[in-house]
Write a protein that binds this ligand. Structure first.
Ligand code: TXA
Ligand code: MG
Length: 332
């Protein structure tokens, strides 16, 4: 069965989605990055349904989405000048800030951590939904745990079906990769996940470099720096990441091989080729990445080979997702 779907342009559909959130239901909604699967962050029962529908392990905390900076301040214990500067420069937008959480935020949202990730998304329908709901909304990406994130409403319906109470369809996501996550628990702040806001822009705003996330010995299935599970964003078809200039390294076999490339269609034994950015822009490549991975995954291939891209701007987030997609092993 399909879930109920409403257009994000329809004020009545947004009002209905907001009512469902207030009543403890779960709603898939568009953001500028990827579709989120939202629940009232102040209701542990509602949040528990997200983990259930996504089959997400409870040690992986959720980001709290709010309509404005004032609401973000209410989700955390205190802020500082770094918060003010980053919020002013990048919100609404694809940046999540991790700070000490307000005691009202339930343990389930943060997986028991003392911190919470908050962000103000830059999608008009998401902002309308959040302000009409009037509650902070905990939302992971609206995909089964470990699979490729959704950038259209159809992606959500395909993989989560009627596990969701309502889907707000806002068309394809403009940014296409998830938010950049920065922890303000350290000085300098730490880059926890590269994403839709380029590292260079954050560093320019802060006037200094971000620290690198350092693995502190958590196990692969329960990392102490959460969200860094190795196999993530993974298509079901095995994926190999190759250096720039893909054709040279792939020889003809009997396998059905598909290629994911950045600019130029490669010469090679490929059944399907997905070219991410004919215009050469990293923003175009990011916006098209997850839909292209899903199409390759649906093409009945034995193998996908993906070309590497330079790690600047959004290229950093793209390479992070491709590395995780290429990691084989247990997928949640
Ligand atoms: O763009 C996005 O961030 C999307 C849209 C829907 O907003 N959301 C998203 O959520 O990507 P999710 O759950 O798929 O990824 C959130 C990541 C997880 O890897 C989680 O571990 C990390 O954020 N995270 C959340 N709270 C955290 C915290 N307090 N400390 C460290 N990492 C945290
Ligand atoms: Mg996700």
């Amino acid at each position: 069965m399909s879930p109920r779907i409403g257009s994000a342009d329809d004020a009545r559909a947004v009002a209905e989605a907001a009512r469902i959130l207030r009543d403890g239901g779960i709603v898939a909604f568009p953001t500028e990055t990827v579709y989120g699967l939202g629940a009232n962050a102040l209701s542990p029962e509602a949040v528990a349904r997200i983990f259930e529908v996504k089959r997400r392990p409870s040690f992986d905390p959720l980001i709290v989405h709010v309509a404005d900076v004032a609401a973000a301040r209410r989700a955390v214990r205190s802020t500082d000048s770094r918060f003010d500067r980053l919020a002013r420069a990048f919100w609404p937008g694809p940046l999540t800030l991790v700070l000490e959480r307000h005691p009202d935020i339930p343990d389930l949202v943060t997986s028991g951590l003392s911190t919470v990730g908050v962000r103000v998304p830059a999608h008009p329908a998401a902002l309308r939904l959040l302000s009409e709901a009037g509650v902070p909304v905990a939302a992971p990406s609206a995909n089964p745990f470990g699979y490729v994130s959704p950038t259209t409403a159809a992606h959500v319906v395909d993989s989560l079906g009627d596990g969701v109470d309502f889907v707000l369809d806002g068309g394809p996501c403009q940014v296409g990769v998830e938010s950049t996550i920065v922890s303000l628990e350290t000085e300098p702040p730490t880059l926890l996940r590269p994403g839709g806001t380029p590292r260079e822009a954050i560093e320019a705003t802060l006037g200094g470099g971000l620290a690198e996330r350092t693995p502190r010995g958590g196990s692969a299935n329960a990392p102490d720096s959460p969200g860094q599970l190795e196999s993530h964003y993974a298509p079901r078809t095995p994926l190999t990441l190759l250096p720039l200039g893909i054709a040279a390294s792939v020889s003809s076999t009997n396998e059905r091989v598909g290629a994911l490339v950045f600019r130029e269609a490669p010469v090679g034994p490929f059944c399907v080729v997905e070219c991410l950015a004919p215009d050469g822009r990293d923003t175009t490549a990011a916006a098209r990445l997850f839909a292209a991975l899903r199409r390759l995954d649906a093409a009945g291939l034995d193998h996908i080979v993906a070309e590497s891209c330079p790690e600047t701007g959004l290229g950093r987030a793209i390479m992070d997702r491709l590395r995780r997609a290429a990691t084989s092993g247990a997928r949640g």
